[in-house]
Structures are given as structure tokens and as C-alpha cells.
Design a protein around this ligand. Sequence first.
Ligand code: XMP
Length: 320
Amino acid sequence: MIKEITTQELNTENFIDEKVKEIQQVVGEGMGINALSGGVDSSTVTMLGHRALGDRLKTVFIENGLMREGESEKVAGLFKKLGVTVDVVDAQKEFFAALEGITDPEEKREAITQAFYRDVFGRLIKESGAKHLLQGTILTDIDETIAGIKRQHNVFEQLGIDPKEAFGYHIIEPLIQLRKDGVRKVGEALGLPAEAFDRIPFPGPALAARVIGEATPERIETVRKATVVVERLLKETGAFQYMGILHEDRVTGMRDGLRDFGQQIEVRCWESVDARVATPTPLSFKILEELASEIIRDVPGIVSVTYNITPKPPSTIEAV
Ligand code: XMP
């Protein structure tokens, strides 16, 4: 049973001191490695790991082909300013090969987990000589996985999987007692700029969690373009999280006077504190109209834009 540290009782300085010591103890004189996706949790773990291990922590950005537009440059640039070197690893082929032909949500999550931990990290660990992977699992990831709602990409031990046996390396999870709001406080205390600690959450399975049905390079590109519009137009709302989702069903539309059996994007925008429960943001009709017209303008093949008005539960934040 993991003991939660609530955001109210969290003392960030004590927490950081304690976790730095723990990481140093576990890793000893060896090397650590961690994957930075640019999300709040992995950014915070990167800062914590570097405080503990300095140059003995290798930080990589896995370009899995499922990330948001311009993300690798943005994240590597931001961390360079913070004194952290980020190696960008091209693993697009491995991820798309793993996802090929898969439409079931949990099978998709499992394919991503295996591509990430077994194939790509298995290789990187061998190359780097590191024996420890630092990752930003948080309590909400564990809860949902145990409850059988979603297999979060980064949860093993609680499912009876020993990463050492399954993948050949040890996983360190310094944020596991926290929820998202607590992680933000720790990230801020570690010197992350607001653009990193205050960023909207982004899931480990990345845009594959926002494509219903098969995550092909083309379909990911469609949702990536929609994401650009959604993030630009909804930034000012200050909402917890917002996203575009590509549906599998097509609907009859028309373009240039001709029938177009086209694709649909669903927009979601959530109010939440820690992602356990969430409600849709009451967006103005003006913003909804802007979303529709800009998505139709910028994303080829879309003939329908909808807004989700269902709370979590029974909905969940991501669609997959
Ligand atoms: P759901 O969709 O379960 O999402 O309501 C709750 C929060 O978790 C994020 N999320 C994930 N984060 N690995 C992660 O690191 C995952 O597999 C994953 N799935 C969902 C989601 O973006 C939301 O903030």
C-alpha cells in the first residue's frame, strides 16, 4: 500500500531532500537514465534526478512519432536552459510497428508499454550501462490501473510485474506518493519554469491515447494538427487539460459542393484538481465556433467537430 502525501501536508523542501537521498542510495556510484516527455511528471523527475545524480543521469526524449508538434525541440531547448542535456532518440519505426493493426484501447496501451520499456529502453539501458530507470509514476496512475479502468503505461509492480525480470532494469519512482497538484509544487520548488510545471498534463501513450481505432502515422498527424488548434484556442481558459480526439466513425459531409465521407474530431476541455474526477469546462459558444472553424480550416479530412459535455466519471479524461 503506497502512503499518499496530500498536497496540503506536502513540504516540498523536505520531500526533495528525502527523495534526493533515496535516489543517491539506490543508484550508488552507477548511472541512471530517464525519459523526458515534457509532461509535468517527467519534467519534475528529470530535475529531481539531476539534483541527485548530476551528470550520472542520462536524460532522453523518445521521439516515438506520437508527440505533439515541435515537442522534441521545445523540450530539449527548455531543459538546455536549465543545464540539462537531453538526447533525442528516434524510435518512430518501433512504435508504429508495435501499433500496426491494433484497435482495442488496452491492447494499444500494452503495445506502447512493450515498445517503450522492453524494446527502446532495453536497448538504451544496454548502450548506456545504466541499471536504473527513473520515472514519474504518480498515485493516480496506480489507482486507475489497479481499479482496472485503464492500464497506465508506466505501472508494473502493482500488477505483479517485476521490471527487473521483465525488462532487465530497476525502476525508481520518486513521485509515487503524490497527485498532480503536489507534483506541480515540487516541480516549481526544483526550479522548473511555469511553462513546464504549470503545463497541462500529457499522457505517456501520447497522441495514441487520442486516436480511437488504429494509430497510424496519418491518423496521428491528423490529431496532432487538431491538437495545435485546440491548445492555442483553449490556453486562456486556464482549464486543467484540453485535447482533440480523432474518432473512428466517419460521417457524411460536403466540401466544395461535393459529398465528403469525412472524419470527426471531438474536443474535450476539463476542470479538475488531480484528474480523479473532472467536469467539462462551460466554454462559450463563440469559442466552440472558433474551434470548429479553425479545425476544419487546418486539419484535412475533418467534416465534424463536437464538444464532450460528459463528466468523469463515467467518462475518463483521455478517450483511449
Ligand atoms: P484518464 O484518461 O484515465 O486520465 O481519466 C487521468 C490523467 O492521467 C493521464 N493519463 C496518463 N498518464 N500514462 C500517463 O502517464 C498513461 O498511460 C495515461 N493515461 C492517461 C491523463 O492525461 C489525465 O491527466
